[in-house]
Ligand binder design. Sequence first.
Ligand code: CTP
Ligand code: MG
Length: 181
Amino acid sequence: MAVLETVVIAFWAMLPAYVPNNAAVLAGGGRPIDGGRTWSGSRILGDGKSWRGTFAGILAGLLLAGALTLVADDVSAAIGFEVPAFTPLAAVGLAAGAMLGDILASFVKRRTGRERGAMFPGVDQLDFVVVSLPLTALLATEWFFEWFTWGVILVVVVLTPILHVTTNVIAYKLGLKNEPW
Ligand code: CTP
Ligand code: MG
C-alpha cells in the first residue's frame, strides 16, 4: 500500500475517534461525571469530565461516522482507492472508546497528583487511541482488521500526537481551551 493511501485511510478511519475530544471541549461544562466525589484526597475524575461533554463527544463521533459512511463510495471513486464505511459497532467503538480513554486518563492523572488541566505528555496525546482501537477491535473485529493494518496503526500512532497538539494549540488560541495541551 502506498504511503499516501495509508495516511488517508488512517486519518479517515480515526476521524470518529478524533472529533469527540474537540466536541467535548466545545460542549463541556455542567455536572461532572464524578459528581464532585473524591478518592483518597483527590477528585475521582475532576470537573474537566462532564456528562454533557462526554455525550456530545460520543454523539459527534457517531454522526461523523454516519456522514463519512454516506460519502465513502463517492470519495473512494474520486481518489482511486477505498476508504472505509463505518459499521454501527465500529462507530461506537471509535467514538465511545475515545471518550472512555480520555476519562481513564483523567482518572490516572488524579491518582498521580495532577490537578485538572495539568499536562501529562504522551497520555494526553494518545489516551483515546489506546482505548478506542482495542474497543473497536472487540466490538467490530472483522471491520477493524480489514482496515487497521500494521501500516495504518503505525500511521495512527505517529499522526495522532501531531494532530492532537495542533488542534489543541488552535483551540487554546481561539480561547476555547484553558491550556494548549
Ligand atoms: N470536557 C468535558 N467532558 C469530557 C471531556 C472534556 O466536559 N468528557 C471539556 C471540559 O470542559 C474540559 C475540556 O473539555 O475542561 C478540556 O478537556 P480535557 O483537556 O480533556 O480536560 P481538562 O480540563 O484538561 O481536565 P483533565 O486534567 O482531567 O484532562
Ligand atoms: Mg487537558
